[in-house]
Design a protein around this ligand. Structure first.
Ligand SMILES: NC(=O)c1ccc[n+]([C@@H]2O[C@H](COP(=O)([O-])OP(=O)(O)OC[C@H]3O[C@@H](n4cnc5c(N)ncnc54)[C@H](OP(=O)(O)O)[C@@H]3O)[C@@H](O)[C@H]2O)c1
Length: 230
């Protein structure tokens, strides 16, 4: 059974997909939700959460805006969810898209988390939505250079954060959401459709973050609860 100890939850990339679905669940159960996004959506506007627009996590302006919008907010759970998937195979490597993914998927979550450290305190949690495509052990099919490189970089940054924040009693969860029916997957034109809905993935992820403790800080988990190999 999950224990909801969260009160104030900040989610990036909350206008659609898994981020929106997590905002929806948290709002329904009475949490105070800050939904960060570049641009809101009709669905997000309809939720009645605190929508903070113009948060491109990969820009300093976006990070500064998040810091100022949340200046008086004590955050119980910060969920770094925003991410992008491009497609490079060995036959068509593209430095621009590899760097783009590295910035959005790995550098941005680290810098946003760092910028919001003053809003966190003992008992606060940080969740990173990564991917098992960032598991070296799990990479049996190759390809997807930029995405895989960015998610493995995110994973190691999250583990460093888990170690560095342990003394402050701030825990860090690292989660693969599953193969999820969102625009990233279903509209990519490069992947087959996901096998679970964003609502199901979000429910599982929120339950894992509810139950995250210092004992499993820095552990890489599938949303189904399995621990994943690096
Ligand atoms: N779907 C899957 O099967 C799957 C599997 C493994 C991991 N994941 C991870 O799950 C997370 C959520 O993905 P999703 O499936 O929900 O994909 P999605 O529907 O494509 O949503 C991605 C979200 O990230 C936001 N975003 C992208 N770049 C951003 C930026 N620079 N600044 C701020 N927001 C930005 C998008 O906002 P805009 O609308 O402004 O573009 C959107 O809200 C990602 O980190 C992804 O890598 C997904």
């Amino acid at each position: 059974m999950s224990t909801n100890t969260h009160k104030t939850i900040v989610i990036t990339g909350a206008n659609r997909g898994i981020g929106y679905a997590m905002a929806n669940i948290c709002q329904q159960r009475g949490d105070t939700v800050y939904a960060l996004c570049r641009q809101s959506s009709k669905d997000l506007d309809a939720l009645g959460v605190n929508v903070v627009e113009q948060i491109d996590v990969a820009t300093q302006a976006g990070i500064d805006k998040a810091v100022s919008a949340l200046s008086d907010v004590s955050i119980d759970l910060l969920i770094n969810n925003a991410g992008i998937l491009r497609n490079e195979q060995l036959s068509d490597l593209n430095q621009e898209t590899i760097v783009e993914q590295f910035n959005v998927n790995a550098v941005a979550p680290l810098f946003l988390s760092h910028a919001l450290l003053a809003n966190l305190s003992s008992g606060s949690k940080i969740g990173f939505i990564t991917s098992r495509m960032g598991s070296v052990t799990d990479n049996t099919s190759g390809g997807r250079y930029g995405y895989r490189m960015s998610k493995v970089a995110l994973n190691i940054a999250a583990v460093s954060l888990a170690r560095d924040l342990a003394d402050e009693d701030i825990s860090v969860g690292i989660y693969h959401p599953g193969y999820v029916q969102t625009e990233m997957v279903n509209s990519s034109g490069i992947l087959s459709n996901g096998d679970i809905s964003a609502a199901v993935a979000a429910e599982r992820l929120i339950a894992l973050m509810d139950n995250l403790t210092m004992a499993d800080s820095g552990v890489f988990k599938h949303s189904n609860g399995e621990t994943l190999p690096w």
